[in-house]
Ligand binder design. Structure first.
Ligand SMILES: Nc1nc2c(ncn2[C@@H]2O[C@H](COP(=O)(O)OP(=O)(O)OP(=O)(O)O)[C@@H](O)[C@H]2O)c(=O)[nH]1
Ligand SMILES: [Mg+2]
Length: 416
């Protein structure tokens, strides 16, 4: 393979500073580092060259044009490098997915989870589970060879494999129990700020964001659409949603905004119900949000006292967006609620719906196998083991994944 200068590429993995020239005209384009990664020790497992240049549209444009002029070169598809790494056996499918998670991680906890996954944490468990299942399958098949198709579980043969199978089932159950945390951490926690008009919802969102993300005015009905603000709280990813004030709106545009507010609050992981101490409601009746996922904020306590019904309630915090009173307390409570829902510092094994679906399929097959009535034919039990192995193989990408590869890698950005 030839470099852009037309000379042979430098020694393996030694970075050299080169003048990068157009191979046709010989005109210089830039000076930059050229790195040569011979396969199979490269990211994709194939020979690869990297050019580190100064960037900027003119340099990128000229380099891309020069490279396109070389035979057999074309721009990479989204995720193509990681896809090649997967196809060449450098990564399993869960590791490949984690590369995308690493690229898109916006908070430290997401980064930590993605790194562990990229290092093959889930894949290693799958390999261990698979080995136990295949050992059990070998036992069943040996018995089938010996006793014929009529052999049944009454022979007691499964007893030898049972402890290992029970352990695999229990480990998969533990992983599934934490799956919701892993998926939520990957996607980030959504917190909807809702409440009557003028309560100070946008003021709170701006304070949390540390910038004027939403318009604040003394006029009720200022916010019409849902405004999203990304926030990192103690390393955890939160998306705060500012919403339209809830009331019977005569204005059709405002009514649509209110409908959206209710809908997003219904889907949010947490709800901050914002009330106005200067115009307090008589009670919390009729406001959306389940008590367990909701924190009630009585705002503007600089201007009016907390209403009597709200005193001494653990789910109510008195705050002032104007003076900042109670905001630190609110951040502490919000962080605690987020920690609860995002694995509490321990990283989850399952981070995607795809993983969860495959592990649930393996678990269901193991349930049918381990709870099979006495007398069930061994041939049926062996089939359940194969079903469980196939689910694990789809998870790691060892088999049966052709249909999902395009979907998985299309999400990646170009160059990954
Ligand atoms: N005294 C006082 N005024 C506040 C406080 N927080 C917000 N305000 C004022 O209350 C008014 C409404 O604030 P917003 O943040 O726009 O309220 P909102 O809930 O987003 O209102 P809508 O978008 O109309 O639903 C503005 O004039 C704010 O300056 C506070 O803590 N104390
Ligand atoms: Mg508002």
């Amino acid at each position: 393979m030839q470099g852009l200068t037309g000379r042979p590429l430098p020694e393996p993995r030694r970075a050299t500073l080169r003048t990068l020239r157009d191979p046709c005209s010989g005109r210089p384009i830039d000076r930059g580092l050229v790195l040569w990664f011979p396969g199979p020790a490269s990211y994709t497992g194939e020979d690869a060259a990297e050019i580190h240049h100064h960037g900027g549209p003119a340099v990128v444009g000229a380099l891309a044009e020069a490279l396109r002029g070389l035979a057999d070169l074309r721009p990479a598809e989204p995720g193509e490098f990681t896809r090649r790494a997967f196809l060449n056996g450098k990564l399993d499918l869960a590791q490949a997915e984690a590369i995308d998670d690493l690229v898109t991680a916006s908070a430290r906890a997401q980064l930590h989870q993605a790194l562990e996954q990229a290092e093959g944490k889930l894949g290693r468990h799958c390999v261990a589970w698979r080995t136990t299942l295949l050992d059990a399958l070998a036992l069943l098949e040996a018995e089938l060879d010996f006793a014929g198709e009529e052999a049944d579980v009454a022979s007691g043969l499964l007893e030898e494999a049972r402890p290992g199978l029970l352990r695999v089932r229990s480990e998969i159950a533990t992983a599934l129990a934490r799956a919701a945390c892993g998926e939520r951490l990957r996607l980030g926690l959504t917190v909807a700020v809702i409440g009557p008009p003028n309560a100070g919802k946008s003021s709170l969102v701006n304070r949390l964001a540390g910038r004027e993300a939403a318009i604040v005015t003394p006029h009720p009905g200022t916010t019409r659409d849902v405004i999203e603000v990304a926030l990192e709280l103690e390393g955890m990813p939160l998306t705060i949603l500012d919403t339209a004030g809830l009331r019977e709106a005569a204005d059709p545009v405002e009514a649509i905004g209110i409908e959206r507010a209710r809908e997003r609050a219904g889907r949010a992981d947490l709800v901050l119900l914002m009330l106005d101490a200067t115009a307090p409601p008589g009670s919390l009746d009729g406001f959306p949000g389940r008590e367990v996922d909701r924190l009630v904020l009585v705002n503007k306590v600089d201007a009016a006292p907390v209403p009597a019904w709200a005193l001494d309630r653990p789910d109510v915090l008195a705050i002032s967006c104007r003076t900042g009173a109670g905001i630190d307390l609110l951040l502490g409570r919000l962080a605690a609620m987020a920690r609860d829902r995002l694995a509490g510092g321990e990283t989850a094994l399952v981070t995607r719906e795809r993983h969860r679906v495959e592990l649930a399929a393996a678990q269901a097959a193991l349930d049918r196998l381990l709870e099979a009535p006495v007398g069930t034919e061994l041939v049926l039990l062996a089939e359940e083991l194969r079903t469980a192995v196939a689910a694990l193989d789809r998870l790691t990408g060892r088999a049966g994944v052709d249909a999902v590869l395009d979907r998985i890698f299309a999400r990646f950005c170009i160059g990954k």
